[in-house]
Write a protein that binds this ligand. Structure first.
Ligand SMILES: [Zn+2]
Length: 156
């Protein structure tokens, strides 16, 4: 269900720096930078990834709650893509502040500066992230309109 609406509708909104095909959903929510990342190899699969504010702990699993195979004590490609897209969407400064990355923020310019300060793997179910993603996709089913939906600001 999410895939058909994703393919048909989000490409129309694909502009600017955000790669919605790779990372269809990213948000700063409830002390987490979290989102949904497409699998590089299997179009049927998506990953749910998060970074926790303060600890910079992280985790990545499939939408069926299976641990990500790329997560071996180090942030996998999905977690890295999530950071990249969060920075594209919110800007590096907002991401650093939200995650409470320690150190001199003016010296930090990209995802490597965040990964260098990473915490530990935090095994925690993130199925809530996926249901939030599906909720957002619900808006894509609405008839096209020129009126902005406030909730859709992550596309801008
Ligand atoms: Zn992963």
């Amino acid at each position: 269900m999410y895939r058909s609406s994703f393919n048909q509708n989000t490409e129309n909104n694909l502009h600017g720096k955000r790669n919605i095909k790779k990372v269809p959903f990213v948000e700063l929510f409830n002390h987490r930078l979290q989102g949904v990342v497409s699998s590089g190899s299997d179009i049927e699969r998506v990953y749910v990834s998060f970074w926790e504010a303060g600890s910079i702990d992280f985790y990545c699993s499939t939408n069926n709650n299976r641990p990500c195979g790329g997560l071996r004590g180090y942030p996998c490609n999905h977690l890295q893509a999530l950071l990249e897209e969060a920075i594209a969407q919110y800007g590096i400064e907002q991401v650093l502040r939200f995650l409470k990355v320690p150190g001199d923020l003016s010296q930090m310019h990209g995802i490597n500066d965040i990964i260098a300060r990473k915490g530990a793997v935090k095994k925690e179910a993130a199925s809530e992230v996926f249901s939030r993603f599906l909720n957002y996709l619900g808006y894509l089913e609405l008839a096209p309109s020129n009126q902005p939906l406030p909730e859709m600001s992550w596309f801008v």
